[in-house]
Design a protein around this ligand. Sequence first.
Ligand code: C2E
Ligand code: CA
Ligand code: CA
Ligand code: CA
Length: 278
Amino acid sequence: KTNETFEPIAIADAASDEDLIWNISLQARIDAALASGEIYLVFQPKVDVATGALIGVEALVRWNDPARGHIAPDQFIRQCENAGRMSHLTRHVLTHGCLAGQELQRACGPVPVAVNISATLLHERSIVRMVREVLSATGYDPRLLVLEITETYRIADLDRAGAILAELKALGTKISMDDFGVGAASLEALMHLPFSELKIDRLFISRMGSDPKAMGIVTNVLHLGKDLGITVVAEGVEDQKTLQMLRDSQCPVAQGYGIARPSSLEDVIIFQGLASQS
Ligand code: C2E
Ligand code: CA
Ligand code: CA
Ligand code: CA
């Protein structure tokens, strides 16, 4: 009996020692990659569905490791979290996102920049200080900064997260709920938290054309957004057919490979020039 309980603990201890060593080297590698530019940002346009005009960009992180090649963000965000480096990464993304926003503003006028913020960072007030510091260091207009809250289902304490988001909103930023519809408790989060935008997860958008249920969910989320006074963004729009369905459903904003792929800031500026001509 004692053996049964003892053995797994011993294994767990050994594993955590290895984890510790792995995490220390991972921490060092992440920090080095941020400093060297191996970790960098690309930007994906958000467009007005009715006119095709550029009305925002989302900053997405990329890691091109010389030894391991391109590391997918989903995987690398998880690694960052395990290595205790999320807030470090987020500060970097916020800073470079705001700097890019200023460059974009010079070229195209005031186009909001969205940065992804992991819900786990809403457990502590330090995120408020971070955003305030980045805004003052870069001089970026807070009204042009959108904070996309990812993985909302991981919020442990909605009251606390709500208070933190209210403080972020008071700085002038807009708060967006990412991946709406997937993960538990998204309606509860929508009710409690001060969102001004919600992004319908691409799971629903990609199936709109083939699955009446997905179509029904999308149309109803669009109604929901209207009723709550929240802008709805359709993400993962891969083709013209989907874009047309969204237009017919009066979806205000869309994003996806079928409109523009994530790219360098220079390419976004070219995209804006083309979009404003047509
Ligand atoms: P997300 O916030 O839902 O970002 C949208 C993802 O969908 C991006 O993947 C984007 O490249 C991809 N995408 C856009 N249009 C299409 C499309 O038409 N079809 C398909 N199949 N995919 C499309 P990416 O860049 O791989 O990022 C994955 C996730 O990693 C993001 O999902 C976000 O949750 C997270 N992430 C990325 N950058 C950051 C960051 O700086 N901080 C944090 N916390 N998370 C980030
Ligand atoms: Ca996002
Ligand atoms: Ca999303
Ligand atoms: Ca996602």
